[in-house]
Design a protein around this ligand. Structure first.
Ligand code: HEC
Length: 304
């Protein structure tokens, strides 16, 4: 099993974040709403039955359709897992696949079990929260309830290109782990590999991603930055996979499970790579090593 972490580096841009302007735009929009209401009130008010009829027509002609309304949501929020060779059991890439699951999709988005997100909504907002907005949920629910129409494929967004390759931009630097032989079954002890960056000077990392060779066998992975002054796992081999129990010294065996080293990235199936905003970066001090800590799982067949 091979894994690589890829890094993009740029000098840190020290300019402060720009203040958010959307709240101002929102309050202007809100201020306009009463004006619109006044105009409606000036027009003749349709009789109740006429109004209902109009709403029905509006609804029928505006029912969401797959290519125009549903597919963009799937591309943005679901396909990272629901695609060919993705980690979810079913693909949501074509109309045919999605229509079959329309009712299951309705149920999953209504009860917010999909996309999976386990943060307590009472604890602030997370910038990588993949949850659907109430409007997106309404679109998927209405689509499922109104016959899951296809619409016109010419309105489809371009297919999202999912490769088994990097999802962040072209890397400046790639480190590749050596193959690890995995047993067909049973627990697999955490596997480590220390790879030197050979950076002569400090580097700022703008984005990083881990690409597992056998995604089905990776429960999760953490990549740590070991700066040159760290004593962590100094007795362990370099450039060769190892487990804690294989280390010669008792101290290293114990130390494998604890560190104060900075985390470069954490990978779990379906997680998105770290692609930080333009004014953020992570420091890798010159001379650092990256330490891969892999939690592999047996998948029923041997792997490498
Ligand atoms: C992080 C990965 C991930 C994302 C993102 C995700 N799913 Fe899933 N989804 C899964 C996995 C894994 C399962 C299988 C769960 C299980 O079997 O318990 C699943 C199951 C489902 C099912 C049940 C399938 C069935 O056979 O009944 C539906 C429906 C579904 N997802 C819809 C969605 C929709 C719609 C989105 C986007 C709005 C979404 N999922 C986003 C991982 C994901």
């Amino acid at each position: 099993m091979e894994s690589s972490a890829r890094l993009r580096r740029t000098p840190l841009n020290p300019s402060p974040r720009l203040p958010a302007t959307c709240s101002k735009a929102a309050s202007i929009a809100a201020a306009l709403v009463p004006v619109i209401v006044v105009i409606v009130a000036l027009n003749a008010i349709p009789a109740q039955s006429q109004l209902k009829q109009r709403l029905r027509t509006h609804h029928a002609t505006n029912a969401p359709v797959f290519y125009q309304d549903v597919l963009p949501i799937l591309q943005e929020h679901c396909q990272i897992c629901h695609r060919a060779n993705g980690i979810a059991p079913v693909s949501l890439e074509t109309y045919e696949q999605t229509k079959l699951l329309a009712d299951a999709i309705r149920a999953a988005v209504e009860n917010r079990s999909m996309p999976p997100w386990f943060a307590d909504p009472g604890v602030g907002h997370f910038s990588n929260d993949p949850s659907l907005s109430p409007e997106q949920i309404a679109t998927l629910v209405t689509w499922a309830k109104t016959g899951a129409a296809a619409g016109d494929f010419r309105h489809a967004p371009p297919a999202r290109r999912w490769t088994s390759s990097w999802t962040i931009a072209k890397p400046d630097f790639i480190l590749t782990m050596n193959p690890v032989a995995l047993p067909p079954r049973g627990d697999v002890e955490y596997t480590y590999e220390i790879l030197p960056t050979r950076f002569r000077e400090d580097r700022w990392i703008r984005a990083s991603e881990l690409l597992p060779g056998l995604p089905a066998n990776v429960h999760h992975a953490v990549v740590y930055v070991r700066p040159p002054d760290s004593r962590w796992l100094r007795g362990a081999p370099i450039g060769k996979p190892f487990t804690a129990s294989s280390l010669a010294s008792e101290e290293d065996r114990r130390a494998a499970h604890w560190t104060d080293s900075d985390v470069l990235l954490v990978y779990a199936p379906g997680s998105s790579p770290d692609d930080w905003p333009a004014n953020m970066a992570k420091l890798i001090p010159g001379g650092s090593d990256l330490i891969f800590q892999m939690h592999y799982t047996a998948s029923g067949k041997p792997g490498k």
